[in-house]
Design a protein around this ligand. Structure first.
Ligand code: SF4
Length: 357
């Protein structure tokens, strides 16, 4: 039996920016106080997403063997990073991962493949997998598979794909500094194909790759011009084998300011705290939820991972609630909530349990 999807979710951002480029720079350079930035960002976050937080779980369905040379990526050609390489997982393996993600409280299941882009047979295989996950599990699915033309985008749309991820990564101006095997224009064309097929666009950035504050402002407004509805904000991790010439120093406060910037330029978009949360935002992770309404949990797919348990605890502690794919919220007496309490506050957990029995 098919589960019910929350169909109210928008495909395009519809709300104009609430700040100018000059104000955006003042957020980043510290002219505006952090509390005033957070206050303004929270007003917009609250208007469109209330107190809900969406938890996304990534599944790398194919790793390595990539001919591209994205400087930030451990899977780029000639990286010698020692990253584990494997061909695309079978449909059964991916489906089992999706089942576990759903059990772990995921709002959306994000499948990621390495490589320039899928050929036709691979696109058909992906479409079949997407159809099974959406029909059987009612889970929203996002795919990140590289450059895509309109025909392939239509095929994925017909299979029920909810979102396609293709990050702009950085500003048009800075793009040649991070990759020389494909262009910013090719990335923009893929966003155009996804948009024409009627799939929600997920496109974000990687912050900390030597860009200026102006570049960050520019890419926030470039994403606005594409009306991108989902914006993952990654904070660069200098992985072994990367080729970024001068990575930037990011402070937790600057990371929060950057999330405020993306919220205020893209008020109704889903702003997601993505890679680098733990290392760059550190103790300000919960504070960042006052601007962002979504995050990745690196929770393991094979067990109920401690990362997921900690993530749910952090969300609750900050006064927010984890949102489920059907638009509801994770109940406080769920198995994940119990795991959180039992692991972190065993005495309190036993006490509360004794009250219930
Ligand atoms: S195309 Fe994807 S997998 Fe390949 S180098 Fe770029 S980011 Fe890495």
């Amino acid at each position: 039996m098919s589960a019910t999807l929350n169909t109210a979710e928008k495909i395009f951002s519809e709300v104009p920016s609430v700040i100018t480029k000059e104000e955006a720079l003042e957020i980043l350079d510290g002219t505006l106080s952090l509390t005033s930035c957070l206050d303004r960002a929270f007003q917009e976050r609250n208007r469109y997403y209330g107190n809900k937080v969406r938890i996304h779980i990534l599944d790398n369905i194919k790793n390595g063997h990539c001919p591209e040379d994205c400087g930030y990526c451990a899977q780029r050609k000639n990286a010698n990073s020692g990253v584990q390489e494997y061909p695309m997982k079978s449909e059964t393996e991916i489906y089992e991962d999706a089942v576990k993600a759903k059990e772990n409280g995921a709002y959306r299941f994000c499948m990621v493949t390495s490589g320039t882009g899928p050929n036709r047979p691979t696109t058909e295989k992906l479409a079949s997998t997407i159809r099974k996950i959406t029909d059987d599990l009612g889970l929203k699915v996002c795919l990140s598979a590289g450059l895509l033309d309109e025909d392939k985008a239509q095929l994925l749309k017909a299979a029920g794909l909810d979102r396609y991820n293709h990050n702009l990564n950085t500003s048009q101006n800075h793009y040649p500094e991070i990759c020389d095997t494909h262009t910013y224009a090719q990335r923009a064309e893929t966003l155009g194909s996804v948009s024409k097929a009627g799939i929600g666009m997920c496109s974000g950035v990687i912050v900390g790759m030597g860009e200026t504050l102006r570049d960050l402002v520019d890419v926030a407004f470039e994403l606005k011009s594409f009306r991108v509805i989902s914006i993952p904000v990654n904070f660069f991790i200098p992985v072994k084998g990367h080729a970024i010439k001068n990575p930037s120093v990011l402070t937790p406060e600057l990371c929060v300011r950057i999330l405020c910037l993306f919220r205020l330029v893209n008020p109704d978009s889903e702003i997601r705290i993505a890679a680098g949360r733990e290392g760059h935002l550190r103790s300000l992770s919960a504070t960042a939820l006052f601007a962002a309404n979504s995050l990745f949990s690196s929770g393991y797919l094979n067990v109920k991972g401690s990362d997921m348990v900690e993530t749910i605890g952090m969300i609750r502690d900050a006064g927010f609630v984890p949102e489920l794919a059907d638009g509801g919220v994770l109940p406080e007496d769920s198995e994940m909530e119990a795991l959180y309490s039992e692991k972190n506050f065993p005495e309190l957990y036993k006490f509360k349990k004794s009250l219930k029995s």
